[in-house]
Design a protein around this ligand. Sequence first.
Ligand SMILES: *Cc1c(COP(=O)(O)O)cnc(C)c1O
Ligand SMILES: [Zn+2]
Length: 426
Amino acid sequence: MTSVLTPAPTAATSTVDLGPAVALSCRECGSRIELGPYYACTECFGPLEVAYEFTERGEALRKKIEAGPDNIWRWASLLPVPAGIADTPNINPGQTKLVRADNLARELGMKTLWVKDDSGNPTHSFKDRVVAVALAAARELGFTVLACPSTGNLANAVAAAAARAGIRSVVLVPANLEQQKILTTAAYGGTLVAVDGNYDDINRLAGQIAAEQDDWAFVNVNVRPYYAEGSKTLGFEVAEQLGWRLPEQVVIPIASGAQLVKIDKGFQELIDLGLVDSSEYKVFGAQATGCSPVATAFKAGTDTVRPVKPDTIAKSLAIGNPADGPYVLDVTRRTGGAVEDVSDEEVIEGIKLLARTEGIFAETAGGVTVATLRKLLATGQLDPEAETVIFNTGDGLKTLDAIAHVVGPTARIAPTLAAFEEAGLA
Ligand SMILES: *Cc1c(COP(=O)(O)O)cnc(C)c1O
Ligand SMILES: [Zn+2]
């Protein structure tokens, strides 16, 4: 592998099989380069994304998908992954539950609400999707180590996927990360580096290491175009689970913003390929106020996302300089949605509300999403009558500290019936 910015054609890259993916194209100037370990445009330094030539469509494609494996690889025809991917060691995430949230809907005065519950993935967050695709592409591109800078969940997913694949992992996390995320990553046995810095510092460091280590795939840096495609499957699954149609409104948490942008891309591909009828939908983004550069830009009506220094309990969303921020603004404005932000107190209320009404215990990112849904309703930005899907992207067991001071036993008693009755628990 040569430098990221000078894609010299090599035997390795000219023969890559990444299924329907045919090239990388620049999201700014549209220029194309061959598939390879590149992420920045040689012409304008803009970010690259995967370009496809889909050969199947409509009813035939739908039948093929429906007959596919009960995991992310049922979407292989629409992803940058080699043929035969389903039989290659990987963590095989996806096909998580779409839960009809009638109790929460009633409480919020909504008509139809669903929770796409991605805490059901192998390492309990949506990051398993992006890592599964990144691992598949990284292998095909000849990388031998799987690495990442992470706000926590990505570290879990990379360490687990590398373990399953039998390759080395190297993950960099902020030293002040939740203990649960550090321990659950360390359990998989890869190299785990706690860095005294915030995510944006670590991301910069990862870029520097990637430039030195030719055979390390930093999933969200040098193979980012492939990685990001994994999030399309959240959109694909929601559409199939609704009976091959799109919802009218979606609420999605934002860190780098890639997930939100790719769920929209997934919806567009389903329309283009004739898998769902074309219908209008609004995309809403959710941030914690302590790290809300995209919400700030949305409300100011500008295209410029100004970096911030994060300060929020929603650590999985604490990216102060979000790579996809401008594209989030494009998607939310184009569809008639919005980007809103909520305080840490509202995040905690959001976690408790979802747990109490639907029996789903979300991490802080899910709390951000539920609280943002509530705020969008209260401010009249989101229509309570329109069918809505919110995305719970991670598991509350990984962020217990966030709620440890607000939940606990109802009572503590001696082991006697008298004590139970005295405590007024019957
Ligand atoms: C990383 C993460 C997100 C946001 O992902 P982006 O694609 O970077 O916007 C949302 N929720 C959880 C739980 C995450 O770990
Ligand atoms: Zn370009």
